[in-house]
Design a protein around this ligand. Structure first.
Ligand SMILES: Cc1cc2nc3c(=O)[nH]c(=O)nc-3n(C[C@H](O)[C@H](O)[C@H](O)COP(=O)(O)OP(=O)(O)OC[C@H]3O[C@@H](n4cnc5c(N)ncnc54)[C@H](O)[C@@H]3O)c2cc1C
Length: 392
């Protein structure tokens, strides 16, 4: 693997896909966002997002990772990661709608393995086609890393279940049609089930959630008040909810990394361009050795983080299950990407200390990545568990 701010790929199919995606992100999508005057903190309504889902589907990007029978190209994990890296590096406001990271096909892909034919027809295929969107509702105020502390309860009732509880930080709840809700089975200590819950069903309220650091208005709380969910909407078997909702966890953990790598790549490029143009005493910022060394360190750390991620993804493609490596990647990529963004901000000086800039958005997004989808400490717990397990 070589290092580049605009990576190339040996596989000609992947290279062609990456170039096609870059063209869309830098051309048509950038123009569209300019016309709409979009910023990262803009409130994105459903119609604006759906336009991108449908256009991306036309262009073949929406659901591209899925098998051909579902309209995709059955991409390898590595090829999908290469596309996700471009999404992260693009700086586009609507980027997460292009492959369907937020509420789209990337969210529901693993559910095809457990859904019934009726659930596929009613819930999953409409997501793949860009007609419906979903959110995942697992976290609660008192149940985050330790998700087993959840108190949302599913009580069996004639023909289905009654759900009661409050989910927080359901990303995409602002525009989703249904949620994958995980609830504790009433009277059970360790049995959790997953349900497909229509968000306009009686007994469900979607209320504005807390505004995250990025200022993106996409978080919701999902409040369930004795909400009836038909038995047909139970995903998989009773008691399998956590396994289902957390899905292909090793693959998913690894797949979060390329977006952060893309963001770090962009932060490095912003710093480089700034340093090359910024006059300071005796010349340009880029001519100062301290600045050169900072940039060299940023690039080296990015290369290391990227190399380990693609090495683990290659193992996954080869049929292995790089579990400990996926913890390591999420940990190292998260910490490194944020450190790169932070140094970029420092090199920008006052230009980095203002709101509404691309680097400000990246800095906030990469800061959140150290907590989202499993904080760094939880990754360390996983690494040490596997390490100790290997010798004891
Ligand atoms: C912007 C955003 C979007 C999100 N989207 C979703 C979503 O779509 N669906 C959803 O269900 N959830 C979502 N979440 C929730 C997210 O998954 C949780 O925030 C995450 O799992 C951590 O849980 P917590 O915030 O409750 O932190 P806690 O579990 O309270 O942990 C806080 C801190 O304590 C430390 N810590 C915790 N446990 C341990 C331990 N065992 N050992 C060592 N240190 C520990 C870590 O430093 C951790 O960061 C989202 C969160 C945010 C901020």
């Amino acid at each position: 693997m070589t290092f580049s701010l605009r990576p190339t790929y040996d596989d000609p199919t992947v290279q062609a896909l990456v170039e096609r995606l870059r063209d869309y992100l830098e051309g048509e999508l950038a123009d569209h966002e300019r016309e709409l005057g979009l910023e990262h903190t803009s409130t994105l309504d459903r119609a604006t997002l759906q336009q991108v889902w449908l256009r991306s589907r036309e262009l073949g990007f929406y659901g591209i990772h899925l098998p051909p029978e579902l309209g995709g190209e059955g991409l390898s994990w590595t090829a999908l990661a290469a596309l996700k890296e471009e999404i992260g590096a693009s700086g586009r406001v609507l980027a997460t709608s292009v492959l369907g990271d937020m509420g789209g096909p990337l969210r529901v892909g693993s559910l095809f393995d457990v859904a019934t034919p009726e659930q596929v027809e009613e819930f999953l295929l409409p997501v793949v086609h860009g007609h419906r969107a979903c959110c995942f509702s697992i976290t609660e105020d008192d149940a985050g890393s330790d998700v087993r502390r959840m108190t949302t309860t599913a009580t069996p009732a004639p023909g289905g279940y009654r759900l009661t509880g409050r989910k927080v930080f359901s990303t995409g709840g602002t525009f989703a049609d249904f949620a994958v809700v995980v609830a504790r089975m009433a009277g059970e200590q360790e049995a959790y089930s997953a349900f497909l819950v229509d968000l306009d069903a009686p007994g469900v309220r979607v209320v504005p959630g807390r505004l995250p650091l990025t200022g993106q208005n996409v978080e919701s709380d999902v409040v369930l008040d004795d909400c009836f969910v038909p038995a047909l909407n139970l995903l998989g078997a009773e008691g399998e909810g956590l396994r289902i909702a957390l899905g292909r966890i090793t693959a998913n953990r690894l797949l979060h990394c390329p977006t952060a790598l893309g963001g770090a790549r962009r932060a490095l490029e912003i710093a480089l361009r700034h340093a090359a143009a910024r006059p300071v005493s005796g010349g340009l910022l880029l001519e100062k050795q301290a600045v050169q060394h900072t940039l060299a360190d940023m690039a080296t750390e990015l290369f290391a983080a990227r190399s380990m991620t693609y090495a683990a993804l290659a193992d996954l493609d080869a049929g292995a299950r790089p579990r400990m490596e996926s913890f390591m990647c999420k940990l190292y990529v998260g910490e490194t990407a944020f450190a790169i963004a932070d140094r970029s901000l420092q090199l920008l000086g006052k230009a980095g200390m203002v709101q509404g800039t691309e680097i400000e958005h990246l800095w906030h997004a990469l800061r959140m990545f150290r907590v989202l989808t499993g904080p760094s400490e939880i990754q360390r717990n996983g690494i040490v568990r596997d390490l100790v397990g290997a010798v004891l």
